[in-house]
Design a protein around this ligand. Sequence first.
Ligand code: MN
Length: 227
Amino acid sequence: MKPLIGITATLQEVDYDKQQVNCHFLPAFYTDAVSQAGGAPVLIPSGEEATVNYYLDGLSGILFNCEAESPVQDNFKMFLLRRALQRDLPILTICGGTLLLNLALGGTLLQDIKEQSGKQIKHWPETANDEPVHNVKIKEGKLKLILGKETIEVNSFHHQAIHKLGKGLVALACSPDGIIEAVESELHSWVLGVQWHPELMFKHSAEQQSIFKAFINSCKLRMNNKR
Ligand SMILES: [Mn+2]
């Protein structure tokens, strides 16, 4: 049996049959990454907060995607994230999802890395989305156990970053300019956030794929313990 993995979708106006229509949108990289790691992906549309508990009853883990949101959608995602944390569900967050995780736990953000930190390395790609932009140094913790390495090359698509860490979060990886690029929660069984996009790299990177495998394995444990 495969664990059901919720992935947050983004409500977005899309050209649909010659009209602009609100669609629930998720790049297929996310579902591909979850499927290939052994999970059964399920999209979670932004909607009524009253539905959140029904999702959480059925899911064995949640992946928070990165897409830019409206405040209304952010509220829904924040509600979903807080409830998932309360239930100690396995959670993987990517890029903007990781910033949301930090906010959910009371942390703060750097709104513009260049302006606020004065640091100069690039956090935005010049070429293909799946190519490395900078390296990250990996500290002791969950990510080092998953990757078995002290340095990896990652892609990067962010102007914002974690500033003050949220309650229970520990930094697991930093870029050469000292920006926090990965976190885990010490207060939960399996909560990992990365600032880069492993879903764009996993197809040709075994180490990026191992992040999804570790997530899905924790979701399988959760599923088996619940039954
Ligand atoms: Mn970066």
